[in-house]
Design a protein around this ligand. Structure first.
Ligand SMILES: [Zn+2]
Length: 102
């Protein structure tokens, strides 16, 4: 396992992991509930992170991430009507509760 990406938003981490899994790179999100943990942890530890199962996927994963950032997808979001959590704009279902978006 190797840490690949530290996200500012939970849905950013989910977006990146989802895209990586789509292209066959096994990725996991950790610390996705970090905002509910009490505050003394350094931000880098508390923020949601994407980890890759295999270090050899790192180069491909970087390319995928660059594409996501270039498309600006990680900055667009929509709010779930059911739980009010934000999800990436291209998600059809809320990442948190699974409700249909839009
Ligand atoms: Zn929701």
């Amino acid at each position: 396992m190797i840490r690949f990406y530290v996200a500012r938003q939970r849905f950013d981490a989910w977006l990146v992991a989802d895209r990586l899994n789509q292209v066959g790179i096994r990725a996991h999100v950790f610390n996705q509930h970090a905002s509910s943990i009490v505050g003394d942890v350094p931000p880098e530890v508390a923020q949601p992170q994407v980890w890759l199962e295999r270090e050899c996927d790192l180069e491909r994963a970087r390319i995928v991430l660059r594409d996501i950032e270039a498309a600006g997808e990680s900055r667009a979001s929509r709010t779930c009507g059911a739980c009010a959590e934000e999800s990436p704009a291209n998600f059809d279902l809320c990442w948190k509760c699974g409700a249909a978006l839009g």
